[in-house]
Design a protein around this ligand. Structure first.
Ligand code: F6R
Length: 587
């Protein structure tokens, strides 16, 4: 949430920072700004709107070091004034995070003074200016000691030929380039610029100059942070001929399943020792990651016969959870940065539970709050709406359920390989275009299913709401008659997922109940009898026949495509839905 970039080197800083911000737009896109330093003078531009709003100013911004920001507003509406950078005296800063005690700090240190913006961030730059005594590092540590909340603050100062950064909770990576050094919120910003990166730890402060990088830990001692290969490359940013990242990433679903399977063996032994003896499992996550937990609950109970529940991370952390040393808490997060999931994992850890992280971000904070880490290998996901990471999570959780059951994962892996090929054919599923037209015209689209199909219904509904802004929900098919049926009329679409032969008749009851009340119905199914029963009364989306436990991977592709096509029909930007951003690092 919010992306920051900084550069000190031999090239035109504004151009490099602009490029980095464009690549970080998934972290926020309501306003953007860049500041550069040249000959002891800072020049800045900031504008409401997307990063491209800065494009016309770049050529006039000379200077070989600077900072930039793309914003997801937390305090103060999106506007030119509230956009970052913010300046005071010799300092100009960009900030990602939330300063929770900003109003107390304002009252204590700047009582009666007029602030320029409505942001929480402005107090940081004012404090830096106030406490600066010629030593930037000391000023940053002093200010950090006053702040409550999360922050990655990058600063330029007219006295210093570099970029200074300090962080707590919000991510910062350092990039080592051939012609200069970098800071950024996330690796894609540095693809093609830096082959090697390192990750700052909470409390770290770094000084980045053209000649090198110095890092200090929270005790202000110089430290080295491991340098690793930057996994983000120019290829990971390429759209591969697709009009949007969302479509590109749906096409990468098969690879996410295969690569996640291939990586599982690296985690299996550690996982086994961590979860050995666990008699209860709680899966925590937010949004789509939580929805993959709904599937995991079913896998774990089915294969391992261990009681399992999925809980929204933001609820778990505040409801005094009952966990014991024999409880396994599986924290699922694509980014490994989501504030609620991190806090849930930390809480579970502190209460003595065995914490397992399932994440697509191998160096993320979540990996540091867990006893074992199971990788999802979906590759960088740029679209705000999760697609390939969801299917990667399902693959990882399916294997974890087998490990919890004490089973060999060989057969399970083969099944996943096979299903990955079916996901490939599901990308060509027919009928989605006409269903997308139906959904685009509806005032509400509701997704229904039972058991695993219900879990996918919840995700399908989230995806459609998120990128097409059509109201709806995902419900157990049996619950329809307990309230939601009241919404049904000729302007409403019900999408019923039916892949479980055992429950197909029961789910068909929901289809009949909607049809009987004049609602429009579409059925996503791979069961021949369902087609016969429908007799053309509802639209049928046929997905490939497959192992019924793994059908969520195939039906997920269908609902993701449906959401994508509906959003495109409605002229929404599927990659950057309104009001949202990826990596929700704030509460
Ligand atoms: C929906 C979506 C979000 C994320 C949620 C958790 O398409 O992408 O609901 O799933 O914000 O994010 P991570 O997985 O990074 O913790």
């Amino acid at each position: 949430m919010c992306g920051i970039v900084g550069y000190a080197g031999g090239r035109k800083a504004a151009e490099i920072i602009y490029e980095g911000l464009l690549r970080l737009e998934y972290r926020g896109y309501d306003s953007a700004g860049i500041a550069v330093l040249k000959d002891g003078k800072i020049s800045a531009v900031k504008r409401q709107g997307r990063v491209c709003a800065l494009g016309g100013y770049i050529k006039d911004m000379d200077g070989k070091l600077g900072i930039g920001h793309t914003r997801w507003a937390t305090h103060g509406s999106p506007s030119d004034i509230n956009a970052h950078p913010h300046s005071a005296g010799k300092f100009t800063i960009v900030h990602n995070g939330i300063i929770e005690n900003y109003s107390q700090l304002k009252a204590e240190y700047f009582d009666g003074e007029k602030f320029t913006s409505e942001t929480d961030s402005e107090v940081v730059v004012r404090l830096l200016d106030k406490f600066y005594d010629g030593d930037i590092t000391r000023a940053l540590f002093k200010v950090a000691s006053l702040l409550n909340g999360s922050y990655a603050v990058a600063a330029v100062c007219t006295d210093f030929d570099g970029v200074a950064v300090i962080k707590n909770k919000s991510p910062v990576i350092i990039g080592y380039g051939n012609d200069g050094n970098f800071i950024a919120s996330d690796a894609p910003a540095l693809a093609g610029f830096c082959g090697e990166i390192s990750f700052l730890k909470d409390g770290d402060c770094a000084l980045v100059t053209r000649g090198g990088v110095s890092i200090f830990d929270s005790a202000m001692q110089g430290v080295l942070r491991e340098r690793v290969k930057n996994s983000a490359t120019n290829a990971s940013l390429d759209l591969n001929g697709c009009p949007h990242y969302m479509l590109k990433e749906i096409r990468e679903v098969p690879a996410s399943v295969v690569n996640t399977c291939n990586a599982y063996s690296s985690a299996e032994e550690k996982l086994k020792s961590v979860v050995s003896g666990c008699d209860r499992v709680i899966i925590v996550g937010c949004g789509t990651a939580y929805n993959s937990g709904l599937i995991a609950k079913r896998y774990i109970e089915k294969f391992a016969r261990i009681p399992a529940e999925a809980e929204i991370a933001g609820e778990f952390r505040y409801n005094r959870p009952v966990v014991t040393p024999t409880t396994a808490v599986i924290a699922v997060s694509q980014s490994g940065e989501t504030a609620d999931t991190l806090e849930a994992a930390k809480l579970a850890y502190s209460l003595g539970a065995k914490v397992v992280a399932v994440t697509n971000a191998p160096y993320s904070q979540l990996t540091r709050c867990a006893h074992a880490v199971v990788p999802v290998v979906a590759g960088h996901e740029i679209c705000v709406a999760a697609t390939k990471s969801y299917t990667g999570q399902i693959a990882a959780l399916y294997l974890i359920a087998h490990t919890l059951a004490g089973r060999d994962i060989g057969e399970a892996t083969q099944k996943l390989f096979k299903i990955s090929r079916l996901c490939e054919s599901a990308i060509e599923t027919e009928g989605i275009d006409s269903l997308a037209h139906m959904c685009a015209r509806s005032v509400g689209t509701y997704f229904l299913g039972r058991d695993l199909d219900y879990a996918v219904a919840v995700e399908g509904s989230l995806k459609l709401r998120e990128i097409s802004y059509i109201a709806g929900g995902g419900y157990p098919a049996g619950e329809l008659k307990h309230g939601t049926l009241a919404l049904v009329d000729e302007n409403v679409v019900a999408v019923v997922i039916i892949t479980d032969k055992r429950l197909a008749d029961k789910s068909m009851n929901a289809v009949e109940q909607v049809l009987a009340r004049g609602g429009k119905v579409a059925v996503i199914s791979n069961i021949a009898e369902t087609e016969k029963e429908l007799q053309g009364r509802a639209q049928l989306i046929k997905i490939p026949d497959c192992d019924e436990n793994l059908s969520p991977l195939v039906s997920a592709v269908a609902v993701q495509l449906l959401a994508y096509k509906t959003a495109v029909l409605l002229n929404r930007d599927p990659d950057k839905p309104r009001n949202l951003a990826k990596s929700v690092t704030v509460e």
